[in-house]
Design a protein around this ligand. Structure first.
Ligand code: DLL
Length: 433
């Protein structure tokens, strides 16, 4: 079902006009309320009057995650804190996380965006959603939660973890839809099988999966194992959270909610705009956000865009699945992890050499992060207890920095291959395309 036909099926020319008007208003707003943008625009010799149509967007500056970090925590907010009613944050590199703030209007738009997605997945008021994305600073849990409520369906705010209970409640409460990361969906499917509960005791038929890259093959596997229709939902905290784009019943790429988030594709090297059809880095401008409006935010996600019409009748620009990233961020069990976070923990501990390897794999449908690290001469020991203590120490530190656990493998000095050029410290054995 189409939730908001007037917006989702708007004629392309009319949409561009609306986008242009919204962009002009946005630029006026940030120019006068965010010193960061005023300065950037002055440096580029651009004023709000130069932005009269959506095509003028290329005159505007880009924004990066680093800009958000440099202005931590609230420097890019465009309204006083008295108007911000919710904060979320996404994990950062070694330093500060990225903080995002929402006004009441932002939250109500977000709920509508997510409801549009769920409606496109075929969900309605009679559905019961088990939301197994993490609740908290991560936007997944609360983002889906309010979307389900806005749709008028029932939400079970499960959050992540406690797999046995997830399964029991999905069965007992008659959940018809499951929202979680695709890897957790596979894990749940296996756990359900192991628990020996027959499939017909579950009423599940819709899956709302995202927050990490996944392939069409993985989608088919989840659909077969859980006996559901699995849909892709994409988003990022800086722009809003889940609900920036979504598949429809035809699953032919994902519809971008482009009356609110204007997409562009650029070359990550030259920063030039690329035509539709070419693969590049996805960039978004938040056309209507009040709390933290962003101009041309570089997502670092690589994909292609198309404006070919879709059989469902929606006229929005669509994006392909994410095929990779232009930075080194890894997404492990839905959590964003930068190798530099791990490196800084290793470097802070005198027991270790600055030589390490990160190996990411998917075992039993669950992402596993293995950290191999060299113990410094003098600390390496044949005594097992000493090594166990050391392993525990670094494991705890890594857990507190990353928010996920890692398998630690301590290796003898000089065993990790040294590189002569660019060090390859990450081996990602998961395949995403
Ligand atoms: O992951 C928001 C979200 C929650 C989306 C729940 C969907 C469902 P962040 O933690 O800020 O926000 O991470 C954003 O995750 O730039 C992509 O690299 C990746 N990502 C999100 N959705 C997808 C997806 C949430 N469907 C980063 N496919 C993004 C591939 C995705 N990658």
């Amino acid at each position: 079902m189409i939730w908001n036909k007037a917006k989702e099926c708007m004629a392309p020319e009319e949409k561009r006009k609306l986008q242009g008007e919204r962009l002009h208003k946005l630029v006026e707003k940030v120019y006068h309320s965010t010193p960061f943008y005023r300065q950037k625009m002055q440096e580029m010799n651009v004023t709000p009057d130069d932005i009269q149509s959506i095509d003028d967007i290329v005159k505007l500056p880009f924004t990066t995650k680093q800009d958000l970090r440099d202005n931590y925590p609230y420097g890019l907010f465009a309204v006083p804190m008295s108007q911000i009613i919710r904060l979320h944050a996404s994990s950062g590199t070694t330093g500060s996380p990225t903080v995002v703030g929402y006004t009441r209007k932002d939250l109500s738009i977000w709920a509508e965006m997510t409801a549009r997605c769920l409606s496109a997945f075929g969900a309605g008021q009679n559905d019961i959603f088990s939301v197994a994305y993490g609740y908290g600073l991560f936007t997944g849990g609360l983002g889906l939660h309010y979307g389900v409520e806005h749709l008028g369906a029932t939400v079970i705010p499960m959050s992540s973890g406690n797999t046995a209970k997830q399964i029991q409640l999905m069965r007992d409460f008659g959940a018809t839809a499951l929202a979680c990361t695709p890897s957790y969906a596979l894990y749940l499917a296996e756990a359900m099988e192991k628990a020996g509960i027959p499939r017909n005791e579950f009423k599940l038929n819709i899956g709302v999966f995202g927050a990490e890259p996944w392939t069409e093959n993985m989608c088919k596997e989840i659909e077969t194992k859980l006996g559901i229709d699995a849909y892709n939902i994409y988003g990022l905290s800086e722009i809003m959270g889940p609900g920036v784009s979504h598949e429809c019943q035809y699953k032919d790429d994902s519809h971008i909610i482009d009356d609110h988030f204007y997409p562009e594709i650029i070359s990550p090297d030259t920063l030039e705009s690329l035509p539709y059809g070419e693969q590049g880095e996805l960039v978004f401008t938040t056309l209507t956000k009040e709390g933290l409006p962003l101009l041309r935010y570089r997502t670092k996600d690589l994909c292609t865009l198309t404006d070919e019409p879709c059989r469902c009748g929606r006229t929005s620009v669509r994006m392909s699945r994410i095929v990779g990233r232009s930075d080194d961020m890894l997404i492990i069990r839905g959590v964003n992890v930068f190798p530099s976070q791990i490196e800084s923990v290793i470097l802070e501990m005198e027991e270790f050499e600055p030589h390490y390897m990160l190996i990411v794999n998917r075992v039993n449908n669950l992402d596993i992060l293995e950290v191999q690290v060299e113990v410094r001469d003098g600390y390496y020991s044949d005594e097992i207890t000493k090594m166990v203590i050391l392993k525990k120490k670094i494991a705890q530190r890594l857990h507190s920095v990353l928010g996920i656990s890692a398998d630690i493998k301590l290796v003898e000095p000089y065993t990790i291959k040294r590189s002569e050029g660019k060090a390859q410290r990450v081996i990602d054995k998961r395949i995403f395309n």
